[in-house]
Design a binder for this molecule. Structure first.
Ligand code: ACO
Length: 402
C-alpha cells in the first residue's frame, strides 16, 4: 500500500509552481524581457527599433538566424519565403468541410494541423534542411491560410497570393481583393499591418510558445506543434484578449460609463477584468502597447476617422486606470492587445479575425523557438510533475456493493 504522505520524500528537489511563475523550462537566445523596466529585445535588438526602422520579414530572419540579414541575405530570404506562399490546391476544398459561421480560429487550428497531411517531407525533423523548409513554409503559408479562413467566413472566393507585394501588402490583398475590384495598396495601412506583425512576432515562453515547445519535445511534426500553439493562443487570457478588449470597449460605449467598469474590475466578487490590461511578466508599460497606440493614431488619421468613440473610451480608460490606486498597486498597465483591436477594426477586419492575425504574426516566434529546442543538445521531452492531492490507495468495490 502506498502511503501518500511519503510520496514526495525521495524525489530530491521538488518545486510546486502553479502557472510556472518562477520556473524556467528552457535556455533560449531568442527574446529577452525585463518586465519591471518594460524592455523587450529580440536577439538583443529593442522592439521599438525593429518596429520603427525594420520590417516584418527582417524580424523573421533575425528570430530564425540570430542576426540581422545583409541586403543580399534579405533578398534571398524573401525569395525563399515567397516561393512557399501557395498552398496545395486540395487544401482549398478542405475548407468547405467547415461551417461558414465557424470561428476563424477553429478553422486555423484545423487547417494548420492539416498541413502535415500535405507536406510529408517536412515531417522529418531530424534533417536540419527540412526543419528550415518547414519554417519557411509556415511563415509563407500562414497569411494565405488566414486570408482563406476570412474569405471562407464571409462567403467570398479565395484570392491567390501576389509575390511581388510585400508580406503585409500581400496579406491585405488576399483579404480585401474581390474579383471585380483588386485591393489598392495603401502604404500607410500596409506599414501599420507590418508593424502589428512585428509587435507580435515573439514573446519568449508565453503559454502558446510553451505549448509549441512541449508538443515539439515529443518529436511531433512542426505543423502539428503550431496548430497546438494556435489552440492555446485562442484563449481570452492570451491572444483572444484583443478581441475581448474591443468587445469590452464597445460594451462600455461612452466615457461616462468607464467608472462603472473600473469598479467592476476591482470587485473581487465579479469575474470581470479590464481586457487589455495586465501581464504576467510586464509590471510596467508593455513597450509594444506604446507603439501600438501610435500606430492606431496613424491608421485613424490616414483613414480620416476623427473622434472615434472607441479610441476616446480607450484613451480615457487608460488615463483613469493609470491613476487608479488598485491598478497602480497591482502594476496593471495596458498590454499590446489594448490598442490593437481598434487598429485592426479600422483596417477592416472583423473582431473574430483579430486572434488569427496574432497567430499569423506569432508563427515565426513559435517556429524559431521550436527549432531552437530541437537543436538544443540538452533537449528532453517536456514532462511537468504534479503534487498529487487525490484519494489514497484503496481497493476496487464491485458495482452492486457501492
Ligand atoms: N483587471 C482587473 N484586475 C486584474 C487584471 C485586469 N485586467 N489583471 C490582473 N488583475 C488582478 C487580479 O485580480 C489579481 O488580483 P489579486 O491579487 O487581488 O487576486 C492580480 O491582479 C494579479 O492577477 P493574476 O491573474 O494573478 O496575474 P497573472 O499574471 O496570472 O495574469 C493576465 C496575467 C492573464 C494577463 C491578467 O492580467 C489578465 O487576465 N488580463 C486581462 C486579459 C488580457 O489582457 N490578456 C492579454 C495578455 S497579453 C497577451 O497575451 C499578448
Amino acid at each position: 500500500v502506498i502511503d501518500i504522505t511519503t510520496l514526495y520524500k525521495d524525489t530530491g528537489a521538488f518545486t510546486f509552481d502553479p502557472g510556472f511563475t518562477s520556473t524556467a523550462s528552457c535556455e533560449s537566445q531568442i527574446t529577452y524581457i525585463d518586465g519591471e523596466k518594460g524592455v523587450l529585445l529580440h536577439r538583443g535588438y529593442p522592439i521599438e527599433q525593429l518596429a520603427e526602422e525594420g520590417h516584418y520579414l527582417e524580424t523573421c530572419y533575425l528570430l530564425l538566424y540570430g542576426e540581422l540579414p545583409t541586403a543580399r541575405e534579405m533578398e534571398d530570404f524573401e525569395y525563399r519565403v515567397t516561393h512557399h506562399t501557395m498552398i496545395h490546391e486540395q487544401m482549398s476544398r478542405f475548407y468547405s468541410g467547415f461551417r461558414r459561421d465557424a470561428h476563424p480560429m477553429a478553422v486555423m487550428v484545423g487547417s494548420v494541423g492539416a498541413l502535415s497531411a500535405f507536406y510529408h517531407d517536412s515531417i522529418d525533423i531530424s534533417d536540419p534542411h527540412q526543419r528550415m523548409v518547414a519554417s519557411l513554409r509556415m511563415i509563407a503559408k500562414m497569411p494565405t491560410l488566414a486570408a482563406m479562413a476570412y474569405k471562407y467566413h464571409i462567403g467570398q472566393p479565395f484570392v491567390y497570393p501576389r509575390n511581388e507585394l510585400s508580406y503585409a501588402e500581400n496579406f491585405l490583398h488576399m483579404c480585401f481583393s474581390v474579383p471585380c475590384e483588386p485591393y489598392k495598396v495603401n502604404p500607410v495601412l500596409a506599414r501599420a499591418m507590418d508593424r502589428i506583425f512585428i509587435l507580435h512576432a515573439d514573446h519568449e515562453q508565453n503559454a502558446s510558445t510553451s505549448t509549441v515547445r512541449l508538443a515539439g519535445s515529443s518529436g511531433a511534426n512542426p505543423f502539428a506543434c503550431i496548430a497546438a500553439g494556435i489552440a492555446c493562443l485562442w484563449g481570452p487570457a492570451h491572444g483572444g484578449a484583443n478581441e475581448a478588449a474591443l468587445n469590452m470597449l464597445m460594451e462600455i460605449g461612452t466615457k461616462d460609463r468607464i467608472p462603472e467598469y473600473i469598479a467592476r474590475a476591482k470587485d473581487k466578487n465579479d469575474p470581470f477584468r479590464l481586457m487589455g490590461f495586465g501581464h504576467r511578466v510586464y509590471k510596467n508599460y508593455d513597450p509594444r502597447a506604446k507603439i501600438m497606440q501610435q500606430t492606431c493614431h496613424e491608421v485613424l488619421d490616414e483613414l480620416g476617422i476623427k473622434d472615434d468613440p472607441l479610441l476616446e473610451v480607450a484613451m480615457e480608460l487608460e488615463h483613469i486606470a493609470l491613476h487608479d490606486e488598485y491598478f497602480v498597486e497591482k502594476k496593471l498597465y495596458p498590454n499590446v492587445d489594448f490598442y490593437s483591436g481598434i487598429t485592426l477594426k479600422a483596417l477592416g477586419f472583423p473582431t473574430n479575425m483579430f486572434t488569427v492575425l496574432f497567430a499569423l504574426a506569432r508563427t515565426v516566434g513559435w517556429i524559431a523557438q521550436w527549432k531552437e529546442m530541437i537543436e538544443d543538445p540538452h533537449q528532453r521531452i517536456g514532462r511537468p510533475r504534479q503534487l498529487y492531492t487525490g484519494a489514497p490507495q484503496r481497493d476496487y468495490v464491485a458495482v452492486e456493493k457501492r
